[in-house]
Design a protein around this ligand. Structure first.
Ligand code: NAP
Length: 311
């Protein structure tokens, strides 16, 4: 938990009252939480122009576990059901906790054969990739896509989803991750340590900038005439570029903001059950190691997801 915004030192493990499920909520006993960059960005106050969680706040959004209690109005779920989901952190709730009380709009069932660890990795990272590629860019079979941050949690999900959709995939990552990105299905890999992807002689139907490492102005040279550019960090400049693109061309620019709901989570569960989505786990930690893990994530020294085990 943290009760002021700042670096990892503001985090501490505390005993607090167990939450109670509201009529439209379930109480979930968390088995695994997974960390995302948004967790340390919210904790550090980096998104204050956009969102600030109410304090005191519990860190983390994504979790998997089983239902321990069901609110009076909830239909379709029972105690003992395995579920996973993603918390809206704005009211100070978080996933790095033994229990979470959450609306059934923000959970889905964990399929048999999918571990809590794999389920906990899905919502933010894989949800972003699915919503960006399938719903916003409308990526379809036969099209081409370039994905930056292809070794990271969002980008690797993007590679797996794009291949599943039948697209031709080029991944961008650093030297040590080239083999990994190839192993998850990328048809081509650009090592950004030795080549600039914006300079290659190719045009793509979609540029999914999961690393948020470029601008629309640079990326549009690599887009087809009606291509989509999706950037996962919605800075004001990306909104301006989106407006500019709409009036000057058929190309489109999207400042991406994830919207989580049960339908998206259910689609992710199906892809995980079919092993289309297989997360790479960089580190498994206990609650008291979350500050160290968030420091490593912020420094960019981890490749893959961090899972927090609550058992
Ligand atoms: N707007 C939203 O709703 C939303 C939702 C989800 C995520 N995001 C944002 O999306 C970003 C990625 O999230 P994530 O969970 O995938 O983080 P991550 O797991 O830390 O992955 C980031 C990846 O970026 C790569 N990278 C760093 N510099 C690069 C460069 N110059 N060119 C190409 N790749 C580069 C790294 O690859 P190497 O290790 O190979 O260098 C790393 O694997 C974060 O900023 C996150 O906050 C936004």
């Amino acid at each position: 938990m943290f009760d002021r915004y700042g670096d990892e030192s503001v985090l501490s493990v505390r005993e607090i009252a167990q939450p109670v499920a509201a009529p439209d909520e379930v109480l979930v006993r968390v088995r695994v939480a997974s960390l995302n960059p948004v967790d340390f960005k919210l904790r550090a106050g980096m998104l204050r122009w956009l969102r600030m969680p109410r304090l005191p706040a519990i860190t983390g959004k994504d979790f998997a576990g089983e239902i321990a209690a069901v609110g009076a109005d909830v239909k379709g779920y029972a105690v003992g059901d395995r579920v996973f989901g993603s918390i809206d952190p704005m009211r100070g709730k978080g996933a790095c906790a033994e229990f979470v009380a959450i609306s059934t709009k923000l959970i889905a069932r964990t399929p048999d054969g999918v571990s809590d660890e794999r389920a906990a990795c899905l919502p933010v990272a894989s949800g972003t990739a699915l919503q960006a590629l399938r719903d916003i860019a409308g990526l379809r079979a036969g099209q081409s896509v370039l994905i930056t941050g292809a070794s990271g949690a969002v980008g690797a999900s993007g590679v797996q989803i794009a291949k599943h959709l039948g697209a031709k995939v080029t991944g961008v990552c650093s030297t040590s991750n080239v083999e990994y990105v190839r192993s998850i299905g990328a048809d081509a890999v650009i090592d950004y340590k030795s080549a600039e992807w914006s300079e290659v002689e190719a045009r793509y139907d979609v540029v999914f900038d999961a690393a948020a490492s470029s601008t629309f102005g640079t990326a549009r040279k690599r887009l087809t005439d009606a291509g989509w550019y999706v950037n996962t960090v919605p800075r004001p400049a990306v909104f301006a570029a989106a407006a500019w693109a709409r009036v000057t061309s058929k190309q489109r620019c999207s400042p991406f903001m994830l919207t989580t709901d049960a339908a998206l989570l259910t689609a992710l569960a199906e892809l995980a059950a079919r092993e289309v989505l297989v997360p790479r786990i960089a580190r498994r930690v206990a609650l008291d190691q979350v500050p160290d893990a968030q420091r490593a994530m912020a420094a960019g020294t981890l490749s893959g997801k961090v899972c927090v085990t609550l058992d």
